[in-house]
Design a protein around this ligand. Structure first.
Ligand SMILES: Nc1ncnc2c1ncn2[C@@H]1O[C@H](COP(=O)(O)OP(=O)(O)OP(=O)(O)O)[C@@H](O)[C@H]1O
Ligand SMILES: [Mg+2]
Length: 282
């Protein structure tokens, strides 16, 4: 279906090279006085075949953005497209099928099934879909992530980092065209973290996959092609071809306080002077 995308007139969601797109994406939780506006009319284009990082303070809406782009959460207002397909308004069944066929998701919490071993967890989405894994690809994923000798273990028998890697393998197993990863290196030591980042990078460069990754780590963000900075439910800045130094510098710029930059105070509260600030202290 999507292979013919280039022949389509470039409509809102079908423009060449756009893997996911949102317009006016708004997400509110709760109602009345307790409403939290997690996303405030976000416009974003996720380029196909690129590695996009999403950064921003805790609570700025990063996970919500990924969930809404992946069709895992419904939106309060606005539209979302995956490739040609507008997913806002799709029926649950259609959305489930589309997600299953085209998207891999690495959640902030791993969401592994405790009663299944690592190997079973990795292939679970494909088993549910009745699809046969590409064994060569699966082997490559398992070896790159260093899971070969852990395949028989259940999640409770694995370290946090190993569970993270199983979740990573699960997201990659079906070779989805679009991978969303919510802090995939958050629980890994630096070596394993670098491996996961290298693997995601390779998936983009060698296999033409599209990766969107939330991270708090400027070093991790430096593996991406583009960083989107989120503050208070809005995209407040972006940076092409980031380096860790430039990302850090950009954070300092926010800290330095350009009052014209929406959400800068929120960003300062996290990145401030390197000292964590609790909401009470603000
Ligand atoms: N299910 C929910 N019910 C109510 N509020 C929610 C829910 N999920 C998220 N929120 C709120 O929406 C805002 C954005 O949350 P989100 O999880 O997207 O932040 P985040 O940027 O991913 O933060 P973190 O870096 O801590 O993971 C927060 O204020 C959060 O409290
Ligand atoms: Mg989050």
């Amino acid at each position: 279906m999507s292979t013919a995308a280039a022949e389509h007139a470039p409509g809102p969601g079908s423009a060449d090279g756009i893997a996911a797109r949102a317009r006016g994406l708004t997400k509110a939780y709760g109602s009345g006085e307790t409403t939290v506006l997690a996303l405030d009319s976000v416009d974003v284009d996720i380029a196909r075949g690129r590695f996009t990082a999403v950064m921003g303070p805790s609570g700025s809406g990063k996970s919500t953005l990924m969930h809404c782009l992946a069709g895992l959460d419904n939106v309060s207002a606005g539209q979302v497209w995956l490739g040609d397909t507008e997913i806002t308004g799709l029926k649950d069944r259609e959305l489930t099928r589309l997600r299953r066929d085209r998207i891999g998701f690495m959640f902030q919490s791993f969401n592994l099934i405790p009663t299944l071993n690592a190997a079973e967890n990795i292939t679970l989405p494909m088993d549910i879909a009745g699809k046969k894994p590409d064994d060569k690809w699966l082997d490559q994923v398992i070896d790159t992530l260093g899971l070969r000798d852990r395949l028989e273990h259940r999640p409770s028998q694995l370290s946090g980092g190993q569970q993270q890697r199983v979740a990573c393998a699960r997201a990659l197993a079906s070779r989805p065209e679009l991978i969303f990863a919510d802090e995939p290196t958050g629980n890994l030591d630096s070596r394993a973290g670098l491996e996961v980042l290298g693997f995601l990078r390779e998936a983009v460069d060698q296999l033409g996959q599209t990766v969107v990754m939330v991270t708090h780590d400027p070093g991790a963000a430096a593996h991406s092609d583009l960083v989107l900075f989120l503050g208070d439910g809005r995209i407040v800045d972006e940076m092409e071809r980031p380096t860790a130094e430039a990302v850090l510098e950009r954070m300092r710029l926010f800290t330095g306080g350009n009052p014209q930059t929406p959400g800068f105070d929120v960003i300062r509260s996290q990145f401030g002077d390197g000292e964590p600030t609790s909401p009470e202290e603000r």
